[in-house]
Design a protein around this ligand. Structure first.
Ligand SMILES: Cc1ncc(COP(=O)(O)O)c(C=O)c1O
Length: 385
C-alpha cells in the first residue's frame, strides 16, 4: 500500500495526502474520511441491485455508444444541465473523475505551463496538475466569489481551474460569477476548467452551466462525476466534457489511457439516474441535510467548536476546532478509537497551515454509524477543551 512509506498515523496526518489517510479508514465502521457515497441503499435502489442480472444482459446487448449517450444526457437533465453537448468528440466517459483530471492535466501540459487553481480544494487536483509539471497559482475561494479575477493573476496563467460546489467548503459559483469568469477567460483565451463532482447535492448548482459557458465563447472543460452520489460500491463514471475547440489534444490523450467504461457500469448509472429523477434525488438531499443536522447538534455547546460552512449542502462538513493547538491531537485520539475523519491541512494545498484547526467529516454514511461516531467526537473534543 502506498501509505506504508510513512511510519505512523502522526506522520501521515502531517505529511500524507488525503487519499493515504482515506486508505487507513477504508475498513473501519467509523470511516468518515473519504467523500465517496457509503450510505445504505434506499428501497428503490435496492430494487435496482436486485435487477443486476437483467441489467448485465441489457448492457451486453445494447450498443455502448447508445448507453453512454443516454446515461450522460439523463444525468445532465437531472441536474439542470440542459445545454450539454452531444457532438462527437466532446464527451469522454472515464472510469472516475480523477482519470478525467489526469487526461485534462496531460492535455494542458502539452500546450501550457501554468494554471490558477481554487484554494482550498481536494488535494488530488493540485497533485495531478503538479504531476504533469504545471505551475500552480492559488486562486483564493473568497476572491473568486467576491469579484472579477485580478487581471494580473490572469496574465500569469494560461488556464483556470474551479471546483464548484467546492470540496470541502461546499461553496457554489453563482451563474453571475460564472458568466463574469467565463467572459474574462474568453477575452484572454484562457481555458476555464470546472470540476462539478459535488453538483448533485446542491440545487444552487443546477443552473445550466453549459449554456453560460457556450454563450461566453471561452474554451472550457467540465468534469462531471456520478461517484459521490449513490452507494454503488464505487461503480461510477467521470465525464470529461469540452467546448467545440479547446485547442488541446484531449481525444488523443483519452485514447492513450482508455477505450471506454464498462457498459454494465453505464447501464447501472442509467438506472440510478432514473431513480433519482423520480424522487431519489430529493430523498438524498433530505438524507444529507438530516446527517448534517445530526452532526451539528451532537457537537452543540462544545467550547470553540464551530461549523464554518453554514450554507453548505455537500456531503461533507468541516468542523473548526478553534484554538485547540492543532487538529493533530484530535485526529490521533479519534484514530485510536477507530473514528476516521480528514485533517483540512491538505486541502489548503498552497498554505497547509490555514487548514490546521479544522477537520472534515463525510456525511454520506448510515445515520446510525454517524450518530455513534459523532458521540465519540464529542467525548474527544470535550476532553481537549
Ligand atoms: C472535487 C473532487 N474531484 C474529484 C475527486 C476524485 O474522485 P474519484 O476518487 O472518484 O476519482 C474528488 C475526490 O474526493 C473530489 O473531491
Amino acid at each position: 500500500m502506498p501509505y506504508s512509506r510513512v511510519s505512523s498515523t502522526t506522520a501521515l496526518i502531517d505529511e500524507g495526502n488525503l487519499t493515504q489517510l482515506e486508505f487507513l479508514a477504508l475498513d473501519s465502521t467509523f470511516n468518515f474520511a473519504d467523500g465517496h457515497a457509503r450510505q445504505e441503499l434506499t428501497a428503490s435502489q435496492e430494487k435496482i441491485i436486485g435487477d443486476l442480472p437483467e441489467l448485465f444482459a441489457q448492457a451486453a446487448s445494447q450498443p455502448v455508444a447508445e448507453l453512454e449517450r443516454t446515461a450522460f444526457a439523463n444525468y445532465c437533465r437531472l441536474l439542470g444541465q440542459h445545454s450539454f453537448p452531444l457532438d462527437a468528440g466532446r464527451v469522454f466517459t472515464c472510469y472516475s473523475s480523477s482519470v478525467a483530471m489526469e487526461i485534462v492535466a496531460r492535455s494542458l501540459a502539452t500546450r501550457t505551463d501554468s494554471i490558477a487553481l481554487i484554494h482550498p480544494t481536494f488535494d488530488n487536483i493540485p497533485d495531478i496538475l503538479r504531476g504533469v509539471g504545471l505551475r500552480l497559482v492559488p486562486l483564493p475561494e473568497d476572491e473568486l466569489h467576491r469579484r472579477d479575477l485580478d487581471p494580473r493573476l490572469l496574465d500569469d496563467v494560461e488556464s483556470v481551474f474551479v471546483t464548484t460546489p467546492n470540496n470541502p467548503t461546499g461553496r457554489v459559483l453563482t451563474a453571475d460569477r460564472l458568466r463574469r469568469l467565463a467572459g474574462q477567460c474568453a477575452q484572454r483565451g484562457t481555458v476555464l476548467i470546472l470540476d462539478t463532482s459535488f453538483r448533485g447535492f446542491d440545487s444552487r448548482a443546477f443552473f445550466d452551466h453549459y449554456a453560460v459557458l457556450e454563450a461566453s465563447g471561452c474554451r472550457w472543460i467540465v468534469i462531471e462525476d456520478t461517484g459521490k452520489l449513490w452507494p454503488t460500491l464505487d461503480l461510477k463514471v467521470g465525464w470529461l466534457v469540452t467546448s467545440a475547440d479547446t485547442g488541446l489534444p484531449v481525444a488523443d490523450i483519452y485514447s492513450d489511457i482508455l477505450l471506454g467504461v464498462s457498459p454494465f457500469v453505464l447501464a447501472l448509472i442509467g438506472r440510478f439516474v432514473e431513480d433519482a429523477a423520480s424522487g431519489g434525488l430529493g430523498e438524498l438531499h433530505r438524507f444529507i441535510a438530516g446527517n448534517r443536522r445530526l452532526l451539528r447538534s451532537a457537537l452543540d455547546g462544545l467550547p470553540r467548536i464551530s461549523f464554518p460552512d453554514q450554507e453548505s449542502r455537500g456531503s461533507v462538513e468541516r468542523i473548526d476546532l478553534g484554538e485547540r493547538s492543532s487538529s493533530r491531537l484530535v485526529l490521533e485520539e479519534l484514530c485510536e478509537r477507530s473514528v476516521f475523519v480528514l485533517p483540512c491541512r491538505q486541502f489548503c494545498w498552497a498554505n497547509p497551515a490555514e487548514g490546521d484547526n479544522a477537520v472534515r467529516v463525510a456525511l454520506a454514511r448510515p445515520t446510525e454509524s454517524l450518530a455513534t461516531g459523532a458521540g465519540v467526537m464529542r467525548e474527544v473534543l470535550a476532553r481537549q477543551c
